[in-house]
Design a protein around this ligand. Sequence first.
Ligand code: NAG
Ligand code: NAG
Ligand code: NAG
Ligand code: NAG
Length: 468
Amino acid sequence: MWTWYKLLIFSYLVTEIWMEKQFVSRRGMTLEAYSTWNHTDLERTRFKRALYKGHYCRTRGCCEDRNDDCIIHFYEANAMCYCDKFCERENSDCCPDYKSFCQGNNQYQKGCLRDGQHYGEGSVIKENCNSCTCSGQQWRCSQHVCLVRPELIENVNTRDYGWTAHNYSQFWGMTLEEGYKFRLGTLPPSPTLLSMNEMTVTLPSQTDLPEFFISSYKWPGWTHDPLDQKNCAASWAFSTASVAADRIAIQSKGRYTDNLSPQNLISCCVKNRHGCKGGSIDRAWWYLRKRGLVSHACYPLFKDQIFNNNGCDMASRSDGRGKRHATKPCPNNIEKSNRIYQCSPPYRVSSNETEIMKEIMQNGPVQAIMQVHEDFFHYKSGIYRHINNLKDESEKYRNLRTHAVKLTGWGVLRGAQGKKEKFWIAANSWGKSWGENGYFRILRGVNESDIEKLIIAAWGHLTSSDEP
Ligand SMILES: *[C@@H]1O[C@H](CO)[C@@H](O)[C@H](O)[C@H]1NC(C)=O
Ligand SMILES: *[C@@H]1O[C@H](CO)[C@@H](O)[C@H](O)[C@H]1NC(C)=O
Ligand SMILES: *[C@@H]1O[C@H](CO)[C@@H](O)[C@H](O)[C@H]1NC(C)=O
Ligand SMILES: *[C@@H]1O[C@H](CO)[C@@H](O)[C@H](O)[C@H]1NC(C)=O
């Protein structure tokens, strides 16, 4: 009985296939011999047939004249069928719905094509940072400058600029303006900050500065790797907390190696009301001095800054003996220690390259304020230098460009055109997938992107009982 039933289905399909065979190609596609089809094949085909319900050209879109790419799989016949005008010849290899869809009511003419897909009138698709609407048979796209620019990546990677560029998926789909707005977030330095007195380090005069210096080699386990600020424009908080944490660890000779919490700053530094919308580093250092921060483990980053009201979950109080203590438990149930860390007032380091090097080698990483250009977002490896580009729209984004990073070392290597080049090693706050494991190298001694313009550092505020 079952066998008979199968035979019945089989002969039904054979008839159907024979009937559809007339549509199938003279362009070299042959119908796979249906006698080799087994039960599974038949079921799969029937399933697909049910899915497609005769939508071939309707899915694929229709094409003018001969277009050998205007093709879609014709499952029923296990072959290809066509949706171009060339298919209507005496031995037609048009898809079954060619006549009704492409010719009938000319419905397709009301839509648009994209990558071989047909889209109805009014459809909206996203093309990197621009959205395109199908209107009057044409895609009409917004004209934003995108943060990721494939032609820029290609330009950098095919020339010898000394660094390579990468297509970062986390930046894909953002406009350049959004990049400046959400990925940086340090306000241009105030006149007060710029007029601060410079401090110079007194090294024993015979000390030669090494060719290479890497903080994490000199102080293993005491310096802190980059975090990811994501779309929170708070490099003011990330760089300050990170420099303070490194310096407290170095100054306490490894007694306190906690990373400090940028979220604590973002949520609680009320004078920087903007939080994730940008802030100033003088306010951040003020907070570190007056209120202090808990560790990053105690007050971790919010997964999504946008969905948090960013209310402050930590507070501190002075014990009258020069120390402050947290008045709230950590806002997470894993970390118990809510120790408060504080710093001295910040000081400015000279812009002189040698002075910056001495400061880093003697006291630890420093904070640097830099100007970010559009090509910097694409940095993957090597020694960064800004590549002049007419499309940079310098003026438009002037006030959005300031970024704060942490300088952790330096070196000399052969770079662009085989020339020896001096560089700084710096930690960014765009996560470890960006750049060289979250770090970047940038030309040293030429004020590249203003990296040497304003260098800030501070001492950890440790009382005598804290000293090792
Ligand atoms: C059916 O054919 C497919 C390949 O076309 C094969 O992989 C499968 O094992 C066959 N099934 C049976 C039950 O013969
Ligand atoms: C860049 O990456 C995005 C997604 O990560 C991808 O859609 C796009 O095609 C890539 N562009 C280039 C030019 O590689
Ligand atoms: C930087 O300072 C050093 C001494 O620390 C000095 O020899 C050098 O000339 C200075 N460089 C500049 C550009 O002022
Ligand atoms: C670095 O460049 C900026 C902008 O061109 C300038 O304002 C600043 O004075 C320069 N700093 C040094 C140390 O050359």
